[in-house]
Design a protein around this ligand. Structure first.
Ligand code: FES
Ligand SMILES: [Fe+2]
Length: 312
């Protein structure tokens, strides 16, 4: 049997494509996600947009040499300008722009410091919004510690990791197989896990609360030595690869040095876990009819929840 992913088309949902801070007015950037070339830009007035990259005039990539001009994006090839709604606002050498010419604009939001794009292959409008996470930007929590990886897998495979209780013991070395409970609620999957952790301070109880809004937005709260929140987004680049965005914030301890130390230790531990999972993900096959045992945890529930994100 050779490895192939049955996850087609790309799942619908909100996905991170940038940090808000990295997209000032006038910024233009080429992106490649969902097997598509895209362009991200912010107008002088502050409007943020993501369009399909290729100019509908003669196909130039607007993210390679395109320029923001006021409230429009100017193509590098023949200088047509595209407005924030995707319509052509100027053909500089003609007063007869084709009325129907329009760039495809994807829904975009700026929330929790992240730039999120809604992707649906069939063009359906978003049926839910990315929730505001109260810890983000709060005085008692640290600014984001950011990490990013490119991994040869697909979003559903990484999502399954949260409910695959046995792997925590055998891949990550938890002292016990965690207790995991999962509940699906529309686009949201809530997973609650408890486990014994080996720490430099000895054995202790750990708890993880993970709430996933589709595959592209997850909020994971860790309780243990210190409270930590992780915003995660697993974004398909193409049919084989994902971009993984992790943004950590730690609840501040009385001493700044202690916060930094404990926060760094937790981030390092999550990086270690990701490094442990990666060779499994990059080489495993996705079995549609796996041979599960009753103690494998809520893998079936995750797969039923996942179905809603595949259009058609
Ligand atoms: S290809 Fe963009 S203006 Fe011609
Ligand atoms: Fe894992």
């Amino acid at each position: 049997m050779t490895r192939s992913f049955p996850f087609h088309p790309f799942p619908s949902g909100w996905y991170q494509v940038a940090y808000v801070d990295d997209v000032p007015a006038g910024h233009v950037q080429a992106l490649h996600y969902f097997g598509r070339d895209l362009v991200l830009f912010r107008t002088e007035g502050g409007a943020l947009r993501v369009f399909d990259a290729h100019c509908v005039h003669l196909g130039a990539h607007l993210g390679v040499g395109g320029k923001v001009v006021g409230e429009s994006l100017r193509c590098p090839f023949h200088a047509w300008r595209w407005g924030v709604d995707g319509a052509c606002v100027e053909v500089p050498y003609s007063d007869r722009p084709p009325a129907a010419a329009r760039m495809r604009a994807w829904p975009v939001r700026e929330v929790n410091g992240l730039v999120m794009v809604f992707h649906d292959e069939t063009g359906v409008a978003p049926g839910w919004e990315v929730p505001v996470v109260s810890e983000v930007g709060h005085d008692e929590w640290t600014p984001f510690e950011k990490r990013r990886w490119k991994i040869r897998t697909q979003p559903q495979e990484m999502a399954e990791n949260a409910v695959d209780r046995a792997h925590f013991r055998y891949v990550h070395g938890t002292l016990t197989v965690p207790e995991s409970e999962a509940e699906a609620d529309g686009p949201v999957l809530r997973v609650r896990s408890k486990m014994k952790l080996a720490t430099p301070m000895g054995e202790m109880d750990g708890a993880i609360e993970s709430d996933a809004w589709g595959f592209g937005f997850g909020v994971v709260r860790f309780q243990g030595i210190v409270e930590t929140v992780l915003l995660s987004s697993v974004v398909p680049i193409d049919g084989e690869h994902v971009d993984v965005w992790f943004s950590f914030s730690v609840k501040k301890l009385p001493s700044r040095g202690a916060t930094r130390g404990v926060g760094a230790a937790l981030v390092a531990d999550i990086e270690k876990q990701l490094a442990e999972d990666t060779p499994i993900w990059e080489n495993k096959a996705h079995l549609t009819a796996p041979a599960l045992c009753p103690d494998d945890g809520p893998i079936g529930l995750l797969r039923r929840w996942a179905k809603q994100f595949y259009p058609g």
